[in-house]
Design a binder for this molecule. Structure first.
Ligand SMILES: Nc1ncnc2c1ncn2[C@@H]1O[C@H](COP(=O)(O)OP(=O)(O)O)[C@@H](O)[C@H]1O
Ligand SMILES: [Mg+2]
Length: 234
């Protein structure tokens, strides 16, 4: 479904990603684990079209997308949940969800998608008239994820959904992501919390200083002595 082939990405003179290749198959969850500054957010920005690679290629659903604009990439069915969610705190839950459905691909199905989301996340239905800023941290992350679903994507990209949340809340957020996964969406998630993210992963990549150092299935990852020591604390 998504194939990133040997991309190089720089901010000015500073090269951040080096020959990075990843793949997300339809219906699968892939995770990219790596420390702060490894280039995880940069990778998601490049796939979203917010940043152009200096070389390499990105394919989605049979289209080459590395030269496309962000709105074209949304229309093809890729949604990004940015770090921290980037909600509109002074708008209601409902209005935040409505903003998520601006894509042409989503307009016709607004009511139906909203009903599906309220079924998946009943708390958002209860709070639909509350300001987004008044939600708890976990609920805000849930709303950010729900908003991305409003564009009726095929692939959802999540940038560190657990960042800044208390451990108990982190478990809940990963539960919602698990629910979405079981709906058949393809997911690409970048996380520092390797242990939690691995529970959901079919495939995992380790990114360090802009280079892919390891990739494999969940079991390969859990067995790798270096990953165990550096990222799983076991
Ligand atoms: N807009 C930018 N301009 C210059 N350097 C940046 C910019 N954004 C990120 N960087 C640098 O690129 C590297 C990777 O950053 P980032 O992709 O945000 O990593 P991660 O998400 O894994 O923490 C870091 O060294 C960071 O300082
Ligand atoms: Mg980041």
């Amino acid at each position: 479904m998504l194939r990133v082939e040997k991309i190089n990405v720089s901010y000015g003179e500073f090269q951040v990603l080096h020959e990075v290749s990843i793949e997300v198959k339809s219906g699968e969850t892939a995770i990219v684990v790596g420390p702060n500054g490894a280039g995880k957010t940069t990778l998601l920005r490049v796939i979203s079209g917010l940043l152009k690679p200096t070389s390499g290629a990105i394919y989605f659903d049979g289209h080459r997308i590395d030269d496309k604009e962000p709105h074209e990439i949304v229309e093809l069915g890729i949604a990004l949940v940015p770090e921290g969610g980037r909600l509109f705190p002074y708008l209601t839950v409902y209005d935040n969800l409505k903003i998520g459905s601006f894509a042409k691909r989503a307009r016709g199905g607004f009511r139906r998608t909203l009903e599906e989301i309220f079924e998946l996340f009943p708390i958002l239905k209860e709070r639909r008239n509350q300001l987004a800023g008044s939600l708890s941290g976990g609920e805000r992350q849930m709303l950010a994820i729900a908003r991305s679903l409003m564009s009726q994507p095929k692939l959802i990209m999540l940038d560190e959904p657990s960042l800044g949340l208390a451990p108990r809340v982190v478990s809940r957020v990963f539960e919602f992501i698990g629910k979405i996964r079981s709906q058949g969406y393809s997911i690409l998630m970048v996380e520092q919390n390797a242990r939690k993210a691995l529970e959901l992963a079919d495939h995992a990549y380790l990114l360090e200083s802009g280079k892919l150092e390891f990739h494999g299935g969940r079991e390969d990852f859990l067995r790798n002595p270096y990953i165990k020591k550096a990222y799983l604390g076991i």
